[in-house]
Design a protein around this ligand. Sequence first.
Ligand code: SAH
Length: 372
Amino acid sequence: MNQVEKVNLLDFDRQGLREFFAQLGEKPYRAEQVMKWIYHRLEDNFENMTDVGKALRAKLEATCYVGPPNTLFDKGAADGTHKWLLGMDGGNAVEAVYIPEPTRGTLCVSSQVGCGLNCQFCSTATQGFNRNLATSEIIGQMWVAAKHLGNVTHQNRRITNVVMMGMGEPLLNFDNVVKAMSLMRDDLGFGLASKRVTLSTAGLVPMIDKLSESIDVSLAVSLHAANDELRTELVPLNKRFPIAELMAACQRWIVRKPRTSITFEYTLMKGVNDQPEHARQLIKFMRKLPTCKVNLIPFNPFPGTRFERSEMEVIRAFQTQLLNANILTMLRRTRGDDIDAACGQLKGQVLDRTRRQAEFRKRLDEGTAHAA
Ligand code: SAH
C-alpha cells in the first residue's frame, strides 16, 4: 500500500495553500475558501466545511488535516491573563499567553522550543534549546487561543494584537515565523494590521534587514543596556552584533519604513541597568532614533535568578528621566506573574539539546545559581 503522510494545512501561508490545491488538481480559489474556514471560523473538520463540494472534502480528508497543537494545560490568572501549555511533537511543549486590556487583547506567541541565546535574566534561557517550531506550531498557538477565547476575525476580535515575545528568538526561525506572521496579517487569515503584529528580537542584525524586505510587521528590539560592556554581559549576542551595528540596522529599518517606529524593550534590574547614568546612555542611543520609543519592563523573577526587580521609585525616576528628554517611554505593567506567565517567565517543556538546563539545575542544587 502506498501510505502517504498527510499534510498539515496550518503549515501553509496563502500562496502555499494555493499551490497545494493546484497539486491536488483544484482551483486556487478553493484554497481561499478553505482558508476562511480554518482562520475565520476556526474549523478543523473538513466535514463541516459545507460550501466545499463533497468530492473535494473527501480528497482533503485523504491527503491533509488541520492540526493545531494539543493543549496540555491551561490556566487563567487573577488579572484575566491566560496561559496555554501546548504540546509539540517529540515531547516538547511551549507556552502562549493572552493578556486582555480595556482596549485590546494581546497574544504572546513562542517561536522556538527553548532558546539558544542565553540572555542572563530570562528563564527560557535556563531551559536550553531543542528546535525551531514549524509554521503550524506557531500559527497553531493563535488558532488554539482564538478558539478558546471565542475570537471572531473581522467582527468580535478578542485577539487584537500579537507579539512574537514568547519563548525563542524569532529571527533564528525566520522562514516559519514569517509564514506564520503572514497568516496573522492576511485578510483570509486572522486579518491583523501591520501595527498589531510585532516581532521582538534580541538583535540579529542581518535578519532585521531581511525582515524589513520580507513582510510588513512592527519591530521591537530587546536592548536592556545602551553600553556594550553591560549589554554583552546581559545579552551575549551583543558580542556578535554590538550596539553600533544594531543601531545602524534600526536606522535602515526606519528608512525603509518611514512611517513606523521601533520599540526598544528595557528590562529594569536592581542595581544593574537602572541607574541615572544608564538612562543617560539610553537617551543618547535614542537621540539617533528619534521616531522610536522605549518600553520599560520591571524584571520578573524566576527560581534561581541572581537578578532582582528594581524598586518602583527607581523605575519611575528612570522613566521620568527619559520623558524629560522627550523620549516616548512606556512602563509595561506586570501581568500574569501569579501563573508564571510574565515576560521572561515562560518555560514550557524543553527536551534540551544543549547542556544549559542540566548546568543550571546543578547550580540550583548546589545553591550557587544566585552567585553565578
Ligand atoms: N528573543 C526575543 C523574543 C523574546 S521577547 C527577544 O529577545 O526579544 C521577551 C522579552 O522579555 C524580551 O524583551 C526579553 O528581554 C524580556 N525578558 C526576558 N526575561 C525577562 C525577565 N525575567 N523579566 C522581564 N523581562 C524579561
